[in-house]
Write a protein that binds this ligand. Sequence first.
Ligand code: 3PG
Length: 216
Amino acid sequence: MTIAAKQQKLAALFEAARVIPVLTIERLEDAVPLARALVAGGVRTLEVTLRTEVAVDAAKAIIAEVPEAIVGIGTILNEGDLARAAALGAKFGISPGLTPELLQAAANHDLPFAPGIATASELMQALAHGFEVTKFFPAEQAGGIKALRALAGPFPNVRFCPTGGIGEANVAQWLAEPNVIAAGGSWLCPAAEVRAGNWARITAICEQTMRSLKAA
Ligand code: 3PG
């Protein structure tokens, strides 16, 4: 598959999702009920981050047991992570940043992939490797919507999934930006609620976000 085709696939996936919860799963037994709670709240596209020991098994369990979920892998830092994501059956990969090696590996890989960028120079590196769909990270901390608008000037074709500091209060504003195709974050699955196994609360948070996006 060409990079353009893979990026098109990723853009379609992000556009359909609108919001993408960033999951950091500490206990394997939380993975399936957490994914079910998110899906029940209308949130189907999930990013399972490679930040914990159980992350790979957690993603595998969700793929096997929650067929409605569209599972991507986040915190991809190198070629090994990319290969792991593809091997476990992830639908996409996301990185908080980029390196020339990672961009090269992702260009040669079938897995749709969004590199992370926070500056114009990083965006130029992503574009040089054919990546026009990127993660803007850390979105609020790196200048927020004003920074994103400034990047739209020299890079009108780039589409972003911002994450970092996004929540119920500002997600609609981010999604109203013409170059934003999805927004991600941990607000849909607060660590304390996951720890407490409060799945109904997580479903309610998702429903609330989906309702306010509809109203916006
Ligand atoms: C990410 O990796 O995208 C961020 O850790 C999510 O940031 P948040 O916790 O501020 O939503």
